[in-house]
Write a protein that binds this ligand. Structure first.
Ligand code: ZN
Length: 214
């Protein structure tokens, strides 16, 4: 355990994995960056990590895409402890996905988050893959849900001649569908039966300018 970086390195890497997957220089730089980050936070807000040890109390659940260009906390300027996050390829809410449902249930019932944000993004590789007829392996089954969104809006989408505009529109329609799916889950429905929360929001983040569009 490195006290300054607050990281455990618990899995010594066997040599047989070679240097391609585990470049020690690169990992060292990650630890170094982490150490600097922790130091910055602590100097800006003394006692920050001690306070975090007590309990997390985020007000928001973020359901976003796994894309590395859309890091949840960073783009909305929230610190550790302020945002509960679930990410998957193309920010999908699937009623049989136990991973997402478990996150939602914990966020609503235990953390009592007030808002759930489904955030898609333009230039989404998952959406682009779903628009094509190419096979990408196992993920084809996951992207089937996006292809269903395309099918539901087939006429509207086919009327958009410009392919990049059609792509953008599918990103938006996909977020709308996931918001709908979210609202129909038993978890959100029972939350609404007990009170007014959670509020549900659908956003699209623009990787071109770093802005978010509702
Ligand atoms: Zn994406």
């Amino acid at each position: 355990y490195d006290k300054d970086s607050r990281c455990f390195d618990i899995v010594p890497v066997p040599a047989r994995f070679g240097s391609v997957h585990c470049d020690p220089m690169k990992l060292d730089s990650l630890f170094e960056k982490n150490r600097e980050w922790a130091k910055d936070i602590e100097s800006q807000s003394p006692g920050f990590f001690t306070r975090l040890q007590q309990q997390q109390s985020p007000q928001y659940l973020w359901i976003g895409c796994s894309d590395s260009r859309v890091p949840a906390n960073e783009i909305v300027g929230l610190l550790p402890g302020e945002l509960f996050v679930h990410r998957n390829v193309a920010n999908l809410v699937v009623h049989s996905d136990l991973n997402c449902l478990s996150v939602m249930e914990f966020a609503i019932d235990s953390l009592q988050v007030k808002h759930i944000i489904v955030c898609g993004h333009y230039q989404c590789g998952g959406i682009r893959a779903a628009m094509s007829n190419t096979s990408f392996g196992l993920i084809d089954n996951w992207l089937r849900h996006v292809k269903d969104v395309y099918r539901l809006h087939l006429n509207d989408l086919q009327n958009i001649a410009d392919e990049s505009k059609r792509y953008d529109r599918l990103v938006e329609l996909n977020v709308m569908q996931q918001v709908y799916n979210l609202c129909k889950t038993s978890i959100v429905q029972s939350g609404w039966q007990k009170g007014e929360f959670p509020y549900i929001h659908g956003w699209v983040y623009d990787v071109n300018d770093g802005d978010r569009k509702s």
